[in-house]
Design a protein around this ligand. Structure first.
Ligand code: TXE
Length: 491
């Protein structure tokens, strides 16, 4: 199997027929090979997108027709849901049940933005002149480069393509080099729907040069990125060349705060779900558990015992509750953090290693919890992006909030309490873009997603995510034009 780019309405190998293998993280076996694009391939895609936007029908296609195509795509995703979920689990490693949610969400995302495309968009403004009608309309931004990571390959493609296409843009998607499989099926479906050539394209390949070139090109009008902060900074710097519109969804170190008055069973299960869903490779993972001190003696032993019972295995095995990490390199990064945690004096509550049984061939890491964590420790401050939970204890609501906000990140946060007033006070005190009360992780296409501080710029999903793919045009219309009389001597 060799996966091809999709450029100008056709599947095509990379210009120099270069490929790279991609793997199953459960055993590191090769699944297939994927085109490794050159700069020439990206350039071809950018020129096709430019032509499609500047001269083609797509930006002026009535919203109803754009919506119809997205609805057809959603239906096709549903019709291939089982295969898509299996591919996602095989290539990313996540448990099949999680992949099934992702596929349903991806179809829902195309449906949501199909609906939004036909809803009221502009506004009319009362200004201080009765002869003036002042309005705004929304227009597509143009050519959009969209760079996505490996943790939600299909869903991130949907989050980027659905609003971009619904709003009339021409999109070039660059998936992670590690996870091309589900996206290759998505583009088979996109081909079946039949968009005008150049409207929606796929270029596989390395972050640098392929993604970097998209971010730097003066012919690209917007860059949307989900990934790590180091790469985000490079993208923003490159995008400054022509002041591209930029949206960034970066990492996090999100606090999950449990008060003593919370339903303990609920808090326990969500503390685990917050960090171990997606093996902790989730930007919004609840990676810091802030626990009211009086709970420590009862909560922590239950947490340890429950973590030891998590069924860790290949995502496609029935009953698997947590899968392998994406790559050997990432597994090593997570294990390095575990070593640093020990060195810095954190106390291991459970996990902390790899498996020596048949899982040794994959990139598995045990569900791991550290306690006695100080705010200055690296495991408290830095995003690990793996199944490692760090517990900090607090005595008061004020201290909980202070610890929660003591981070360069501000993506998400959760609070568990039976006191509704406190719940509102605490989430309003969190400097974070996504907050949950008495739950953790539920995510909806209808609601905005994005971070404060170094967790990113802009919002995806919901109406905010649609607006991020539009320019606002002001139209000022004089309905009673009169000579101005400003210059006395008109020739
Ligand atoms: O991500 P990168 P990596 C965090 C997480 C993880 C760390 C590094 O902490 O450990 O980032 O992961 C493309 N110009 N997140 O290195 O590099 C790359 O090809 C343009 C959080 O795997 O951010 C891929 O398509 N593009 C996160 C995409 O960027 C470039 C999800 C993401 O890869 C590029 C993933 C460049 N110079 C990791 N270099 C989240 N927010 O959910 C790379 N890319």
């Amino acid at each position: 199997m060799i996966l091809k780019n999709y450029i100008n309405g056709r599947f095509a190998p990379s210009r120099y027929a270069t490929v790279r293998p991609f793997l199953n993280p459960a055993d590191n076996s090769e699944i297939g090979q994927v085109a490794e694009s050159s700069i020439e391939d990206v350039e071809t895609a950018i020129h096709a997108a430019r032509k499609a936007f500047d001269e083609g029908p797509w930006p002026k296609t009535p919203a109803q027709e754009r919506a119809a195509k997205l609805l057809k795509l959603a239906a096709l995703i549903d019709s291939r849901a089982a295969q898509l979920a299996e591919f996602e689990s095989r290539n990313n490693g996540k448990p099949l049940r999680e992949a099934e949610y992702d596929v349903a969400d991806a179809a829902g995302c195309f449906r949501y933005y199909a609906g939004l495309a036909t809803k009221p968009q502009g506004q009319t403004f009362e200004v201080g002149d009765p002869n003036i009608v002042c309005q705004t309309i929304r227009e597509p931004i143009g050519v959009c480069g969209q760079i996505i990571p490996w943790n939600y390959p299909l869903l991130m493609a949907a989050w980027k393509l659905a609003p971009g296409l619904a709003a009339g843009n021409c999109c070039i998607l660059k998936p992670s080099e590690l996870t091309p499989l589900s996206v290759s099926v998505l583009f088979e479906l996109i081909d079946e729907v039949g968009f005008p050539p150049g409207v929606v394209q796929l270029v596989y390949g390395a972050g640098d040069p392929v993604g970097q070139y998209l971010a730097a090109s003066p012919l690209v009008d917007k860059i949307a990125f989900t990934g790590g902060g180091v790469t985000g900074r490079k993208i923003m710097t490159a995008a400054a060349s022509n002041f591209k519109k930029v949206t960034l969804e970066l990492g996090g170190k999100s606090p999950n705060i449990v008060f003593a008055d919370a339903d303990q069973n609920l808090a326990l299960e969500y503390a685990m779900f917050g960090i171990f869903a997606g093996q902790g490779e989730v930007c919004s993972a609840g990676s810091r558990l802030l626990l009211e001190r009086s709970l420590a003696n009862s909560f922590l032993p239950r947490l340890a015992a429950s973590c030891e019972k998590i069924v860790v295995g290949p995502g496609l095995d029935a009953g698997t509750e947590m899968g392998p990490l994406i790559s050997r390199a990432h597994q090593k990064k997570v294990l390095d953090y575990i070593r640093v945690a020990h060195e810095d004096g954190a106390e291991l509550l459970c996990g902390g290693g790899v498996y020596t049984d048949q899982r040794a061939v994959g990139n598995f890491v045990q569900p791991t919890v550290f306690t006695n964590a100080r705010p200055d420790m690296r495991i408290v401050r830095e995003e690990i992006f793996g199944p490692v939970l760090v517990v900090q204890l607090f005595d008061t609501e004020e201290e909980a909030l202070r610890l929660a906000n003591d981070s360069i990140y501000g993506l998400a946060g959760g609070v568990f309490t039976s006191d509704a007033s406190r719940a509102q006070r605490v989430v309003r005190g969190l400097r974070a873009g996504i907050t949950w009360i008495n739950c953790y992780h539920p995510t909806f296409n209808e609601a905005p997603w994005g971070g404060y501080k170094q967790s990113g710029i802009g919002r995806e999903l919901g109406t905010y995510g649609y607006e991020a793919y539009t320019e606002v045009k002001q139209i000022t219309h004089c309905i009673n034009p009169q000579p101005l009389g400003w210059f006395k001597n008109l020739a």
